[in-house]
Write a protein of this length. Structure first.
Length: 74
């Protein structure tokens, strides 16, 4: 089921975003030191909460049997 993200689920969304970019990170040797602006490193709770609150962006997640699936939250 796809549904809107709740504030308390932001940490799970960060995990999903980082995990979904891990292949690219590994392939190109990105690290927080050499690519700090890359989405896998630049996305944090403050960033997502700012988008949710200030920009009023809707965020969605996929959930199966109450478990957040490993797919992007946006």
């Amino acid at each position: 089921m796809i549904r809107e993200v709740r504030r308390e689920e932001i940490p799970a969304c960060i995990r999903v975003i980082r995990n979904s970019h891990q292949t690219v990170v590994d392939m190109f040797g990105f690290t927080i030191e050499n690519a700090p602006g890359y989405v896998a490193f630049a996305t944090d709770g403050n960033c997502l909460l700012w988008h949710m609150d200030s920009e009023q962006q809707l965020m969605f997640m996929e959930e199966e049997n109450g478990i957040i699936r490993d797919s992007p939250c946006f």
